[in-house]
Design a protein around this ligand. Structure first.
Ligand SMILES: [Mg+2]
Length: 236
């Protein structure tokens, strides 16, 4: 049997796997503009080229908030030298428990670096991946949240919108994150069919009702964890 990538047990009930480039940050080679998002102009190990690193709006708060509810794992198709350098430029890099790099991804014939969550050593019913390339989580699409690619737009709000959703899942009595994500996908499609321009903005307000409504439909026999949840055992 192949050993899992992460050997230590998770300190948290849930694991959040995050992509790096165009999900949390963006690196652009060469000197660019005087944009306020510029973090630094580095020299990467093994590279002579200077460039600029941009951090996505809300990324540091996102890591800080979500690390209270999830074990945070960065899973990037980038090389280790670059990825470590970029991660260290984030103010909340200490919130990241594990880092996985290109050598952990599985190259596909069509040119993607597939991130196989079954290799992590984590329970897939409690693991979510966020990536700006849906093909990267094609082996476990039901665990994935696609986030739109980010480059340098300072008005981007995707991480601000995503955080309440992920917190609500972690605080919900719903046992399997794949069930919760399925509910959200259905909700988004319904909203879009109704002509709601940006359904994610409405999602945060409705998320708890959505999960509670779903859970209350399940028979009491299937609800042993609900009592534990009400007692606060899972509400950490
Ligand atoms: Mg990416």
């Amino acid at each position: 049997m192949i050993p899992p990538y992460i050997k230590s047990p998770s300190p948290k009930r849930f694991t959040l796997v995050l992509d790096l480039d165009e999900t949390l940050l963006h690196y652009m080679e060469g000197n660019v503009s005087n944009n306020a998002n510029i973090v630094s102009t580095p020299n990467i190990a093994n590279s002579q080229s200077d460039g600029t690193l941009y951090i996505r709006p809300g990324a540091d708060d996102f890591l800080g908030t979500l690390s209270q509810h999830y074990e945070i794992v960065i899973f990037t198709a980038a090389m280790k030298d670059y990825a470590d350098w970029a991660i260290e430029h984030m103010n909340n890099s200490k919130c990241i428990s594990h880092r996985l790099y290109r050598q952990h991804a599985t190259p596909s014939a069509s040119g993607f670096y597939i991130k196989d969550l079954s290799r992590l050593g984590r329970d897939l019913s409690r693991t979510i991946i966020v990536d700006n390339i849906a093909e990267n989580f094609q082996l476990q699409p039901e665990n994935g949240i696609f986030i739109k690619s980010w480059f340098t737009d300072p008005s981007d709000t995707a991480l601000f919108e995503l955080a309440p959703l992920l917190v609500a899942i972690a605080q919900s009595p719903v046992g399997d994150v794949r069930d919760a994500l399925k509910l959200f996908r259905q909700y988004m499609l319904e909203q879009m069919a109704r002509g709601v321009a940006n359904p994610t903005l409405h999602l945060a307000q409705n998320i708890r009702q959505l999960l509670d409504k779903h859970y209350n439909k399940i028979s009491p026999k299937q609800q042993p964890r609900r009592l534990a949840h009400q007692k606060g055992l899972y509400n950490k």
